[in-house]
Design a protein around this ligand. Sequence first.
Ligand code: UDP
Ligand code: MG
Length: 309
Amino acid sequence: MPEISIVIPIYNESLNISALHSRLDSVMQKMEVSYEMIFVNDGSKDDSIELIKKLSVQYSAIKYIDLSRNFGHQIAVSAGLDRAEGEKIVIIDADLQDPPELIMDLYAKMKEGYEVVYAKRKRRKGESFLKLLTAKAFYRILANITTIDIPVDTGDFRLMDKKVVQALRQMPETHKFLRGQISWVGYRQTFVEYERNERNAGKTGYTYRKMLKFALDGITAFSNFPIKLVTVMGFVVSFFAFLMIVYTVYVKYFTNQEIEKGWTSIIVGILFLGGVQLISIGILGEYISRINTDVRKRPLYFIKETNIS
Ligand code: UDP
Ligand code: MG
């Protein structure tokens, strides 16, 4: 059994693979630990898998899992975690935004008696203003509406004890939000700060659409706050509706006021209620659609080819 397993999700990273491998390799040499690298090819459209296979012939520490199609970052990482055999497991991005050298610090910190040491971003370089803003807002909102402590400004770059990974393997949900699941598992957790670099080469696999889906996965998996919000909205709207009802009945039966001029108030009322109702149905829909995919109990991923026996 190696001391450290390094799990690396790969989606169109052919320009980064050899640089990543050599930096990881020299870090591991310096640390003098036994290790394995598990490259999980998540349906890349470039020649990533050919490069990885070539490396795996040269170096016995290199394992690969070639998934049957693109399943998304979180599932690719989960596939790697399922097969990792090390005493401790690292999750790291392939694009060198997570500096491999930091693994030494994570490892040293873990020796002080922790089961999870995550890497917290002090600064993020080379990312668009909108991405920084949405990421920052998302982490703050999530921290406020969940009952567990999901650390802010933290990705999946971290070192975990195999106890934690064994716990993760027992959590079969399809809509993975690993950083939340890992907080939920518990044990002693801490962090090390670092500066996040720019992508080494190539371009991001996370479109805004994928980011939005990921954010909703995180919220729905760890909070019922949006549903409670619907209930609160219902009560607030009903309260004002009740006042209006009393008022209109009063005007009709107890005064001589003309009531032909109701056009504006009717339009406002109908549109307002329509909007509130559609938002509420949408919120419920987000939860129900996730229940729907979870009850099918399909396997999380399929493997086309692997050199792990
Ligand atoms: N990735 C993946 N599947 C995907 C998208 C991304 O396995 O569908 C991998 C990607 O190769 C990288 C990591 O997930 O190793 C983080 O992705 P990326 O750098 O594109 O995201 P960003 O850093 O821009 O949020
Ligand atoms: Mg990246």
